[in-house]
Design a protein around this ligand. Sequence first.
Ligand SMILES: Cc1ncc(C[n+]2csc(CCOP(=O)(O)OP(=O)(O)O)c2C)c(N)n1
Ligand code: SF4
Length: 328
Amino acid sequence: MHNAPTECLLRMVEERFDLEDYQKGVPRWCTGCGDNAILAAVQRLCRDEALRPEKTVFVSGIGCSSRLPHYMNTYGFHGIHGRALPIAEGIKMARPDLDVFVSTGDGDCCSIGAAHWLHALRYNMNLTVMLHDNQIYGLTKMQASPTSPLGLVTNTTPRGSYLGAMNPLSVTLGVHSASFVAQAVDWIPEVLYQILLAAYRHQGFSFVRIVQRCPEWLPKNMDPWLHDPQRVLLLKHENGLTFDADLSRVYSRQEEHDPANIDRAREIASAGDPIPVGILYHNPDAPLYENLRSDKRLRTARMVQEGLDREFDKFTVWPQGSEGGSNA
Ligand SMILES: Cc1ncc(C[n+]2csc(CCOP(=O)(O)OP(=O)(O)O)c2C)c(N)n1
Ligand code: SF4
């Protein structure tokens, strides 16, 4: 009994984390790249929520943005192009006790990974997904992506892109069972942090599109919005994000928006300019795939092995005359 205070003290020391506990390596992103701001916000979130590094996983696909897990001193999985979400879903299915974050680019998520994106939304697993949307393929040096604006000159569209930009917010809000949809911009770090925090706390699939600057390939792309705070619309809600007086003075264009209102969320998403920043939609009651699929009956390793053996045996080719006979 007399040991209790020491144990409490030890637990307090163990459960207190500093930013350095989550930092690893020196990011190789270009100077001014918006990915740096996203990394800083997410490290701050981990510290403030005291996430245990050994119980936290960052998963990514391929691209500049997908380098993020390398700079987190947690578990990480730098996957293959477009496949961040299925990898994250597999991790979450096997280990629902882990906090799983996903970093994906606009090429990674909206192009090669688009099918996984739509189905991940349907599943509504408890994952926090950050779409780093710089409107270009950054890592492979400037090809058009599905979110590139119409007319953008790139290596693959030297005469300007022929297709209009896909709106990832509208697509997401069009999928039945999307449960948390938000938008942030890399150049308002306090709001970016708050949105990621709300996304993390949501029990379900939280999708945050982050408008991210790529100064290497699109140096002036976001300047009109960056230099004119009136072209940013902050979404307020009674129990939602809070904006302090300084921020409200600069970003005075604000709207009271109830995130339960999906019709209004869709209107806000499709308007696009001014850029809406905040939580567009939140449904805390959407069923989680983990719960729908959780099988209360225990499956032992032996049962799994036997099931796999049964499946593999179907494809066995037995040598002629051996006891297995024909596989026809
Ligand atoms: C299967 C496959 N196809 C193509 C590539 C080449 N590739 C690597 S990254 C990338 C696009 C990255 O763009 P984005 O996802 O927008 O991320 P960013 O680099 O802009 O952060 C492509 C096409 C690849 N690695 N694998
Ligand atoms: S190329 Fe663009 S996205 Fe990639 S690190 Fe540089 S600034 Fe960032």
